[in-house]
Design a protein around this ligand. Structure first.
Ligand SMILES: Cc1cc2nc3c(=O)[nH]c(=O)nc-3n(C[C@H](O)[C@H](O)[C@H](O)COP(=O)(O)OP(=O)(O)OC[C@H]3O[C@@H](n4cnc5c(N)ncnc54)[C@H](O)[C@@H]3O)c2cc1C
Length: 432
């Protein structure tokens, strides 16, 4: 029954990780009223790179130049994979829409083509990804063409070593050099953090002092790489100023989590959904969820007494173990909020392979919710648990986003497909 004090929305999105953010964005784009509950999820730990699909099959670690070719093969070979259940054209549209929204919030990405790019990581490995922040693009070209390149890092910066990157890559890239400098104003500090340095570089004076230290080291370099700390909210301005000051293209290399690109991504997504009128409750979590007829009622932790939230549809984007959407004890894996059935190995001893680095990955990393064609999670009967509950993102079964390098693609594509279903369903109900 509808409560007089209830705030009512077309859709409530539970979770504010990549999947929840994408669902809120797509709901707004379809004109649905939407409330989103939850905090930033895994986005804070993300590198800013948007993976769509780079590896398939996992056991062979086959890397793909085109994520769209990989998706087409995945659809044939693994039809139960959530990404195989969204047509490739829709995945492309979803990712383009998502990136356009980020661009509109000032977080610029390189134009999306058809191919994955190779990006240098903070440990000197090369990561294959699709959506590349503009701040990292010059590094893609430098790596591809093995341009004479100077990598600069800062004394005391945790978990980032330009020397290590050079040692790993220089065998195949003779023009790659490194230098370490003190960050102006932090000379006496034994340990410095990327986010602090990023903020400091938003000051023109600090920038100029930093560039004055780098300039004499340039030598024959045609491009300069730095840890990802070229500004936080004002990164385009800082990046442009540093490139102009050094007279060379400059690129960022993502640092270990929590990284500045992760902070920027979270900030941009928060701006994107807020600007589109999504009501956000990032300090709350959903404690209970009940369904009666076509109405879902959400009980929030920490909500003002007497306030109540109702929605015509609910999108569950609560993630896996780190997001708290799934909980594991010694016997089994449970879905945390509603106790929905979780597809999982029959016995605890089947969760992991005996070898931790087994190429095929571990069965536990494919555990999750199964849904029908309309993205509604299944009850034990094999039928949708509720007609207006949908599930998206990493809580879904039959995918291993970390090994397949498809984290953002999975989140964005399933959000797109589920919100399309929600929209259709709500319009059909209205037409009755
Ligand atoms: C270390 C790391 C590195 C990454 N690197 C990359 C990368 O390089 N490229 C890439 O594409 N992606 C990367 N990702 C991001 C990854 O794509 C996404 O985190 C992943 O797809 C999962 O997203 P999700 O939204 O499904 O779940 P999560 O990010 O886990 O979000 C779940 C959300 O649900 C919320 N929640 C759970 N229960 C409740 C409740 N009861 N009420 C309210 N809210 C609730 C949580 O607070 C959280 O906000 C990385 C992530 C991590 C952790």
């Amino acid at each position: 029954m509808s409560s007089a004090a209830a705030k009512r929305y077309d859709v409530a999105v539970i979770g504010a990780g990549m999947a929840g953010m994408a669902a809120a964005l797509f709901a707004a784009e379809r004109g649905l009223s939407c409330i989103q509950i939850g905090s930033g999820g895994g986005i804070l730990f993300a590198s800013g790179l948007l993976d769509v699909l780079a590896v398939h099959p996992v056991a062979e670690h086959r890397l793909w130049h085109s994520p769209f070719d990989a998706l087409a093969v995945l659809a044939r070979e693994q039809p139960g994979h959530p990404l195989a259940r969204v047509d490739v054209a829709s995945i492309r549209t979803a990712v383009e829409t998502f990136v356009a929204a980020l661009n509109s919030a000032g977080l610029a990405y390189a134009p999306l083509g058809d191919r994955n790019s190779h990006v240098i990581t903070s440990i000197g490995t090369v990561k294959t990804s699709f959506g590349v922040p503009l701040r990292m693009v010059a590094g893609v070209q430098a790596l591809q063409e093995r341009l004479p390149c100077l990598l600069v890092d800062f004394r005391g910066l945790r978990e980032f070593s330009a020397r290590q990157i050079v040692e790993t890559l220089a065998g195949d890239w003779p023009g790659l050099r490194h230098q370490r400098i003190d960050f102006p104003g932090f000379e006496a500090v034994p340990e410095v953090y990327a986010a602090h340095l990023a903020r400091a570089l938003e000051s023109r004076e600090t920038r100029e002092r930093t560039m004055a230290l780098i300039k004499p080291l340039l030598g024959d370099a045609r491009v300069v790489g730095v840890p990802a700390l070229l500004g936080l909210g004002r990164s385009s301005e800082v990046h442009a100023a540093v490139e102009a000051g050094l007279g060379l293209p400059v690129f960022e290399i993502p640092t270990m989590p929590t990284s500045v690109p992760g902070l920027r991504l979270l900030g941009a997504l928060e701006a994107v959904v807020s600007a589109r009128g999504i009501v956000r409750r990032q300090q709350n979590s959903v404690r209970a969820l009940t369904f009666e007829g076509s109405t879902a009622t959400l009980e929030l932790q920490g909500l003002t007494r007497g306030e109540c939230i109702e929605a015509r549809a609910v999108v569950l984007a609560t993630g896996r173990f780190s997001g708290r959407g799934l909980t594991a004890d010694r016997q089994s894996v449970r879905e945390s909020l509603l106790g929905l059935p979780v597809q999982q190995p029959a016995a605890r001893e089947d969760w992991h392979q005996s070898h931790f680095l087994a190429p095929a990955g571990h069965a536990i990393n494919r555990a999750g919710l199964r849904t029908d064609e309309a993205w509604r999670p299944l009850a034990a009967t094999g039928k949708p648990a509720w007609g207006n509950l949908f599930a998206i993102g990493s809580i879904l079964a039959d995918q291993d986003w970390m090994r397949e390098k498809c984290g953002s693609g999975l989140a964005i594509a399933t959000a797109w497909a589920a919100i399309r279903q929600v929209s259709q369903q709500l319009h059909e109900t209205e037409a009755l």
